[in-house]
Design a protein around this ligand. Structure first.
Ligand code: 8DG
Ligand code: MG
Length: 129
């Protein structure tokens, strides 16, 4: 098995809604909804990575993050370790900088959306706090 890709993931939460973007079709797990985030680079902490990714991808300045859960998942073509944080303090209004479909969705509605399989436990945890 190849090296597990370490990914910082942000659940951007405001009241009872989360902000999602939709992965481009050509990306890994393309076409599915995601929590914004991305790969942790060498010499970077997961916190630095999440702060950087949320700035790059959706142009918010993360003011606080709290750990929600870690998920190791093996896709057929790739293994990932998702470190998931809830981000409920940020400045700026999230907006995809990469031209992705985006939106705010009620936590209770997340079961109706298509996510990468690794995300299943995140949805369960958000809906059953
Ligand atoms: N951002 C994000 N990635 C997820 C989620 N669920 C999930 O399985 N992944 C996987 C898909 C990818 O294989 C990996 C994240 O990679 P990414 O494409 O976001 O990484 P990145 O932003 O650094 O992008 P790039 O520069 O490598 O294109 O984690 C999720 O909810 N959000
Ligand atoms: Mg990304």
């Amino acid at each position: 098995m190849k090296k597990r890709v370490h990914v910082a993931v942000g659940v951007i939460l405001r009241n009872d809604q989360v902000f999602l973007t939709r992965r481009h079709v050509h990306q890994h797990q393309g076409g599915k909804w995601e929590f914004p985030g991305g790969k942790v680079e060498t010499d970077e902490t997961v916190h630095q990575a999440l702060h950087r990714e949320l700035m790059e991808e959706v142009a918010i300045d993360t003011l606080a993050m709290r750990p929600l859960m870690n998920i190791a998942h093996d896709y057929e073509d790739k293994s990932v370790l998702l470190e998931v944080f809830v981000v409920d303090q940020f400045s700026g209004e999230p907006e995809s900088q990469e031209g992705m479909e985006q939106g705010w969705f009620k936590v209770s509605e997340l079961s109706n959306l298509e996510f990468p399989n690794a995300n299943k436990d995140i949805i369960v945890k958000l809906q059953n706090p």
